[in-house]
Write a protein that binds this ligand. Structure first.
Ligand code: ADP
Ligand code: MG
Length: 381
């Protein structure tokens, strides 16, 4: 909400802010581990948002405060960026500077409020970088479009914070549209808005297995190894694993050995499922889309081995209770699952809770998700 951010700005800096913007978190409907393999993803922006309000500071200085707590960050953004959340905002200023979209003197004050949970796989980091980039560009009077804002936010996180992320999070935060999912081709950056108005639940298992970051890097290395081998043996011009033609799967299987073979089969299959899923959604075929969600989960579990028992429990219970579809989302190894609900929502919710309590002795957090708006300017006063 802008008024909370405006009040935080006033209280911290003793003056009124001059510009404001907000950006949402996201949930990915299908397309798991396809982004860094140059394939498609199909995220929606969610209702939870981060708001950034901004004003001028002394030349070259960044002063930032967040409702998430901690001291006010004060730093020269051209100097080495400190660890912590200030680096995300400092990275945004550096990239805006490169795009000639900083106010004269380059001094900026930022106050941030947010209801996107941090580190829950809903992409609070992109909500932060995209909202800040949009607010500061507004302050500078620079006309950056959604893609340019996404680019600034992506490079802030990848090059300045040093997170090896894909482009999905920043792109959906910048370009999301109410009632739509966004089909994003991560190699070409082509995007397409796909109508999506179904009932969707987010089931947070409240677990994040420690191996998540290590395992993710291991998968990336395995996918790179698959590309290298397929290049040598079969297709010299192959750049992205997701570009491998689905009808050549038998050749791929012969050329690779497990576990690399399984990882590659997942990526090629998930790529086809995601593109087909986007078509089904645009035709309103929710049942068929739901079936692809179950297939995606199975492929994540068996081939990519990125599920967790808690996620399997949720998906299994949802399926037995008659949900249209369910799958892990946000990379896996714990975290959250999504459930596509047709009829009988209460029965499905009860069944998931019961199965989870039986297995783990506690209830998972279940909430509704609605395809919401991407980044937008807000009133600064
Ligand atoms: P997520 O899945 O939520 O994006 P990340 O690890 O990518 O998880 O990003 C979380 C980090 O982003 C936090 O540790 C913090 O540095 C920063 N961040 C996100 N939202 C905020 C906020 N509202 N205030 C301060 N820092 C934030
Ligand atoms: Mg993030």
């Amino acid at each position: 909400m802008p008024h909370a951010a405006i009040a935080l700005f006033q209280k911290t800096f003793g003056v009124a802010p001059r510009a404001a913007a907000s950006a949402p978190g996201r949930v990915n409907l299908i397309g798991e581990h396809t982004d860094y393999n140059g394939g498609p993803v199909l995220p929606i922006a969610i209702a939870e948002r981060t708001t950034a309000v901004v004003g001028a500071a002394e030349d070259g200085l960044l002063e930032a405060v967040s409702s998430n707590g901690g001291a006010v960050v004060r730093m020269g953004w051209q100097e080495e960026l400190p660890a912590g959340w200030g680096a995300y905002v400092g990275g945004v200023l550096r990239e805006l500077w490169a795009a000639e979209a900083l106010p004269p003197g380059g001094g900026v004050r930022v106050a941030v409020t947010s209801d996107v949970p941090v580190g829950a796989g809903l992409s609070s980091s992109a909500a932060l970088t995209v909202s800040t980039a949009k607010a500061v560009a507004e302050l500078a009077g620079a006309k950056l479009n959604g893609r340019q804002i996404a680019g600034v936010a992506f490079r802030a996180e990848q090059d300045h914070v040093g997170v090896r992320c894909g482009v999905m999070d920043q792109t959906i935060a910048a370009l999301g549209k109410t009632g739509h999912a966004l089909l994003l081709e991560c190699a070409s950056l082509e995007v397409k808005q796909i109508p999506f108005r179904a009932r969707l639940l987010l089931v947070n298992t409240g677990t994040r297995h420690d191996l998540a970051t290590g395992a993710l890097n291991e998968r990336r290395v395995e996918c790179e190894a698959a590309v290298k081998q397929l290049k040598i043996e079969l297709l010299p011009e192959l750049v992205w694993l997701a570009s491998w033609p689905a009808e050549w799967l038998p050749r791929l299987k012969r050329a690779l050995k497990d576990p690399i073979r399984s990882r590659a089969v997942h990526v090629v299959g998930e790529t086809a499922r995601t593109r087909f899923g986007a078509q089904l959604l645009s035709q309103g075929k929710l049942k068929a889309f739901g079936a692809l969600m179950y297939e995606s989960h199975e492929s994540c579990r068996r081939l990519y081995q990125c599920s967790a028992p808690e996620l399997d429990t949720v998906v299994h219970a949802a399926k037995r209770a008659g949900a249209l579809g369910a799958r892990l989302t946000g990379a896996g190894w714990g975290g959250a699952a999504i459930v596509l609900v047709g009829k009988g929502e209460k029965k499905i919710v009860d069944a998931i809770k019961r199965a989870f309590v039986k297995a783990y002795g506690r209830e998972p957090a279940i909430s509704d998700v609605k395809a919401s708006a991407g980044a937008r300017p807000e009133k600064a006063g």
